[in-house]
Design a protein around this ligand. Structure first.
Ligand code: ADP
Ligand code: ADP
Length: 223
């Protein structure tokens, strides 16, 4: 029942090893938090899953397929960054439609509308990104990834640019979207409270290796 498997994964920048023989199995539909201090290798791990960094050794399998050396566009992996990187000159609708147009997908209008409905932005299709709040822009970025129907959605510190109140709101929103769509999600955070509140399982990383994996109640330590 393993859906996404990282096996003996070693990741390096030049000669400097950032992630050392990492092993991790994720089930379909799980919401996983990668938790750990800055520099422990979270982003590097996500990059390798997305195909932006080729492993020095080891394999990455997704849904029965070895994707270790597959081009990013062919992996069916979505990526949402902390900076939402929306196209400022395009409407919300066109931002969400962008990847679908590149793929020349059918039923584009319906897919974009469905994506916007999932993140609660049906009434904002014709707006410019600049006319939206930070939380709403983050939802557009989420919808843009979701409509591509990825097997795994990777979120790198998706909430860290938001203020405290919005961050709490978006936590619930992310969880709701994950439950509703059933998409497998892996998100990076250095915030233990965020990981505890959101994740089905938490992967604690330190110095390029996994220190602990468990459900929130197993990981929790008194502050
Ligand atoms: P984060 O901790 O949020 O992942 P960082 O501030 O560590 O981000 O890194 C920001 C950018 O700088 C990233 O693109 C990262 O790849 C790059 N970077 C981080 N560490 C180094 C380094 N030692 N040498 C070169 N680039 C680095
Ligand atoms: P995290 O996401 O947990 O903050 P990273 O994956 O960004 O950690 O970084 C892991 C290690 O790799 C750190 O030591 C960092 O300095 C290094 N690193 C990250 N990006 C680069 C880069 N582009 N070039 C060189 N070293 C990097």
């Amino acid at each position: 029942s393993d859906f996404l498997t990282l096996q003996d994964l070693t990741l390096a920048y030049g000669g400097t090893v950032a992630v050392d023989r990492l092993n991790l199995s994720i089930r379909q539909g799980e919401l996983i938090a990668l938790l750990g201090p800055s520099g422990c290798g979270k982003t590097t791990t996500m990059r390798s899953i997305a195909g932006l960094l080729t492993p020095k050794s080891g394999t990455i399998r997704l849904d029965g397929r070895d994707i270790t050396r597959l081009a990013p566009s062919r992996r069916e992996v979505g990526l949402v960054f902390q900076s939402y990187a929306l196209f400022p000159h395009l409407t919300v609708f066109e931002n969400v439609a962008f990847g679908l147009r590149l793929r020349r997908e059918k039923d584009l209008d319906a897919k974009v509308r469905a994506g916007l409905a999932t993140v609660g932005l049906s009434d904002f299709a014709d707006r410019a990104p600049a006319a939206l709040s930070g939380g709403q822009q983050q939802r557009v970025a989420l919808a843009r990834s979701l409509v591509m129907n990825p097997k795994v959605l990777l979120l790198d510190e998706p909430l860290s640019n938001l203020d405290a109140r919005l961050r709490l709101e978006m936590r619930l929103e992310l969880q709701r979207v994950q439950r509703e769509t059933g998409v497998t999600m892996v998100f990076v955070t250095h915030d233990q409270a965020e990981a505890l509140a959101l994740a089905d399982r938490i992967v604690v990383m330190r110095d390029g290796a996994i220190e602990q994996v468990g459900a929130p109640e197993e990981i929790w330590t008194a502050p």
